[in-house]
Design a protein around this ligand. Structure first.
Ligand SMILES: Cc1cc2nc3c(=O)[nH]c(=O)nc-3n(C[C@H](O)[C@H](O)[C@H](O)COP(=O)(O)OP(=O)(O)OC[C@H]3O[C@@H](n4cnc5c(N)ncnc54)[C@H](O)[C@@H]3O)c2cc1C
Length: 438
């Protein structure tokens, strides 16, 4: 069994196959497994490839992950915050906070807009219409649309309402109102503040999976460069432009765009075009090492304002004390970008300097406390869920499902906004299906 890609999706397939004693080899182009779910260590500081947490959303999968990680997996309670004009508001947004902290003219405008949106008809199924109908124009602009424009890099009316995911589905106006009247009524409508987190960073999960799979079964620095097939079955996988490995059963978690582009013979024109039209958003991290006990206790801080190029920032030590040395903290800013944007191409000093000046502007950190910095690029961080992405993926999936020894998984492979627990579940399902075919 060949697994292409050693991120959490590929490792999960391999991990559950090993449980079933099915021989497996994972290929990954990087020098470490984990893909976009890694922990990077620089000097005595650790930080993840973006603010990660393990959500307890699929009880069976939580049990599996606890079984693997044991005491290393800790239950954390650390709510997130929204940074709005120097104030910290609750995340997800609470009406109570808005009423207490906003100026009167904004509140009047927001109230009128909210009433208008409740009386008006719900618009098209795009993210902008969804946000405006749920919160009214003023609140949607200030807290959701500015942020989403930065995160996804395209206008919000071109985004599918799916980008709101689980989080906003629960945060209807009625929930907000109930919570405003009494926190008691909101029940467990959102779960942002409670999560699991490994003591040494999220990368401990892929590291522990890799240890169970066995390093001899994970081929690192092995880039898939060609995918050969006979229109019905995968026949061979080319690694690093030379070695050809026979394909008996293949699971690909590679970005679907790359997979299609590497297929030989090339797929039909409509498939190539559908794949080429899919976009991915990258993230570049700017990391600052800071003297002092900490900025605040928030798990993650959201920065909706357009004047900051970063969307989120976080102190890794608020997830685990092992992430920073004693008396120090660090602040990681996430800057979303496309591959041809300045933020992706800029050299490290120029990039970190720009972000540092903006972080200083927030007033959260003092210049004299910053003792060092680093940066990290995360490619294929998010599939950009444009309004027509489903049609494109139906075309592509229909074509790929015609290969009887091929399974697809992964956030970029399936082009879905999937979380770690979804990918572990998917890995278990695929391993179950494939094992009976071997
Ligand atoms: C900023 C950020 C924050 C997140 N926060 C959370 C969170 O809090 N909770 C949560 O559950 N999830 C979170 N996620 C999502 C989670 O990290 C991803 O869903 C998950 O890492 C995706 O795993 P994957 O295996 O599908 O893809 P990837 O991790 O992208 O793995 C794909 C692998 O394929 C390899 N590859 C690519 N091309 C080739 C090639 N040609 N040949 C060989 N190998 C190749 C790559 O090197 C990579 O290792 C977050 C993601 C990001 C970006």
């Amino acid at each position: 069994m060949l697994v292409l890609g050693g991120g959490i999706a590929g490792l999960s397939v391999a991990y559950f196959l090993k449980h079933r004693d099915v021989p497996v080899t994972v290929y990954d182009t990087m020098d470490k497994p984990g893909g976009n779910c890694r922990t990077i260590r620089i000097r005595d500081f650790s930080f993840d490839t973006g603010a990660h947490r393990f959500h307890d959303k699929d009880p069976e999968i939580t049990v599996q992950v606890k079984g693997l990680m044991g005491d290393e997996l800790k239950r954390i309670s650390a709510p997130s915050k929204i940074f709005d004009e120097g104030r910290m508001l609750s995340f997800p947004l609470e009406l109570r906070d808005v009423f207490i902290s906003m100026d009167t003219s904004f509140m009047i405008r927001a109230g009128i807009d909210l009433l208008k949106s409740r009386c008006g008809k719900r618009g098209a199924d795009d993210f902008e219409s969804f946000a405006v109908s749920a919160y009214g124009r003023s609140m949607a602009d200030r807290f959701l649309l500015n942020y989403s424009r930065k995160l996804w890099g395209i206008p919000c009316h071109e985004l599918s309402s799916e980008i709101s995911g689980e989080r906003l589905r629960h945060m209807t106006f009625v929930t907000l109102l109930k919570h405003f009247i009494s926190r008691r009524y909101a029940g467990n409508a959102h779960y942002e503040g409670d999560f699991y987190y490994p003591e040494r960073g999220i990368g401990q999960l892929p590291e522990m999976m890799s240890a169970r799979i066995g390093s001899e079964n994970i081929q690192l620095n092995s880039r898939v460069t060609g995918i050969f097939h006979n229109e019905k079955r995968m026949e061979g996988i080319e690694i690093n432009g030379t070695a050809l490995v026979n394909a008996c059963q293949v699971v690909s978690t590679l970005p679907v765009v790359d997979f299609i582009a590497m297929m030989r013979p090339a797929p039909p024109q409509d498939i190539l075009e559908a794949a080429r039209a899919l976009k991915f958003r990258n993230i570049r991290l700017a990391v600052f090492f800071i003297r002092g006990r900490g900025i605040n206790k928030a798990a993650t801080m959201y920065f909706p304002a357009g004047r900051y190029i970063f969307t989120r920032g976080y102190e890794p030590k608020n997830r685990s004390g092992f992430m920073s040395p004693q008396g120090m903290t660090s602040f990681v800013a996430e800057v979303p970008c496309f591959a041809d944007d300045w933020a992706w191409r800029a050299d490290s000093p120029a990039f970190t300097e720009k972000v540092r000046e903006q972080v200083l502007e927030t007033g959260l950190v003092r210049r004299e406390d910053i003792v060092g910095c680093a940066d990290e690029r995360i490619a294929h961080a998010y599939p950009v869920l444009e309004r027509d992405h489903r049609e494109k993926m139906v075309t592509i999936s229909g074509y790929l499902s015609g290969f009887d020894n091929l399974e697809i998984s992964g956030r970029s492979g399936l082009f879905k906004y999937l979380w770690i627990h979804n990918l572990v579940r998917e890995g278990r399902n695929i391993a179950g299906r494939v094992a009976v075919r071997m």
